[in-house]
Design a protein around this ligand. Structure first.
Ligand code: ADP
Length: 393
């Protein structure tokens, strides 16, 4: 972030200078789950490893380094993603050879300043240290752009699922679901709602390790104190019914719904609820989960848009009939619970990890290492590019 001579983003500056609505002053909620580690100390700009090949920007003064500068540091290998504020590159640290991802945040004009979602993402990622959360190593400034330097991940789930010849083995699907839930349990424990759970934000490396990325829509919440938040979050196909019905007080269950959608995708091979707008998204959910009634969701009629979008016809729940041939009983029970229409009936991420699916049912989870024996990296970006090329033939 641009603060006069200081180009680093850290927590010591007064964010209200530019962004009065940032949640940075809110305390992180208290630690309740004893299985999880205590919150890590936030990264500060003084914690650089002196053996790293690049110099902290604070110390080098103007002019700031550029990628063309021979003293530098990162060789761009290619584009792997298209972010909201700019491209994501695969890069190599020239000195150490380490692969990294550079997420570019373009600042269009001085007037527009630093994008708020990028600011939010950086501030949140600085607070997070967990093997299931993508690691933000550094912030770098070059030619009017800020780059987030992230650990490199070879694939994302959307890219893998979009691969034409690929299906997950049940043991791999179990491992990935478990890893997503572990990451989410940590986030929720840290008092953070992700609010954009979907395949392209779940990164996987060649060891089969999964990490949650993209905190552009994430926010801090206060446990046991429902906040009043925007409901225009979460990509449509992964958005839970309470948000589609206009809820502005919601909690961690919104992220849990997304895990249910992604888990089923592992078995079915494609997104299960795939509307084109809010109404058709609700329809697509109702066709499988049934139209919500007060019996299964006692407070549904209190939601702002309930009457407005009430369907004329009633649908029965056909979830089990639809998926029982594709999922084991344990997988069926877990995904059904994650996709409970009433958010109160969804297990928390930590509770979901205790389901029989993980504890007792065979096969046990296996890390999906060296997926498809592929040398290629496989992200949403490459997957879409390939589809575009095929369509042009
Ligand atoms: P935005 O927040 O603007 O949507 P993302 O953080 O989701 O941007 O990044 C866009 C895409 O770039 C992701 O879907 C993923 O494929 C790729 N990407 C992001 N971070 C990394 C990373 N650390 N390693 C490899 N690829 C990444």
């Amino acid at each position: 972030m641009y603060y006069g001579q200081h180009y680093y983003i850290d927590n010591q500056h007064d964010p209200s200078l530019y962004y009065s609505s940032l949640p940075s002053t809110q305390p992180i909620s208290t630690v309740e789950d004893h299985h999880l580690p205590p919150p890590p100390p936030p990264l500060t700009t003084n914690q650089h490893d002196p053996t790293q090949s690049y110099t902290p920007l604070e110390e080098i003064g103007y002019p700031y380094p550029t990628f063309e500068d021979p003293a530098i540091l990162f060789e761009k290998i290619g584009q792997v993603g298209e972010g909201t504020y700019g491209k994501v590159y695969k890069a190599r640290n020239c000195k150490t050879g380490q692969l990294l991802a550079l997420k570019r945040i373009r600042m269009k004009t001085d007037k527009e300043g630093f994008p708020i979602t990028a600011m939010r993402e950086i501030k949140l990622l600085q607070k997070l240290r967990h093997e299931r959360i993508v690691l933000l190593q550094e912030i770098l400034v070059s030619k009017g752009s800020v780059y987030m330097v992230l650990e490199y991940m070879d694939h994302d789930l959307s890219g893998i699922l979009g691969h034409p010849d690929f299906r997950f083995e049940p043991a791999h699907a179990k491992s990935l679901t478990k890893q997503i839930l572990q990451g989410l349990a940590y986030l929720h424990h840290m008092g953070i709602l992700h609010r954009d759970m979907k395949g392209s934000n779940l990164l996987v490396n060649n060891k089969g390790e999964l990490k949650i990325a993209d905190f552009g829509l994430a926010r801090i919440f206060r446990k046991n104190q429902p906040g009043d938040y925007t409901n225009r979050v979460i990509t449509l196909w992964y958005r839970p019914p309470e948000l589609l019905l206009g809820a502005t007080t919601y909690d961690t269950a919104v992220d849990v719904w997304g895990v249910g959608c992604i888990m089923l995708e592992f078995f079915v091979g494609k997104p299960i609820f795939n509307g084109t707008d809010e109404i058709s998204q609700l329809d697509s959910i109702y066709k499988i989960m049934g139209t919500p009634t007060k019996d299964i969701w006692p407070t549904v009629d209190e939601l702002p848009w309930y009457e407005l979008v009430r369907p004329k016809e009633h649908c029965e729940n056909v979830f089990r009939d639809t998926f029982k041939s594709m999922l084991t009983p344990g997988a069926l029970a877990l995904s059904e619970a994650l996709l409970s229409m009433d958010p109160k009936n969804r297990p928390t991420a930590a509770e979901a990890l205790e389901f029989e699916y993980f504890k007792t049912e065979e096969p046990k989870d296996i890390l999906p290492a060296n997926l498809m024996d592929m040398n290629d990296d496989w992200h949403d970006f490459e997957s879409k590019q390939r589809k575009r090329k095929q369509a042009a033939i």
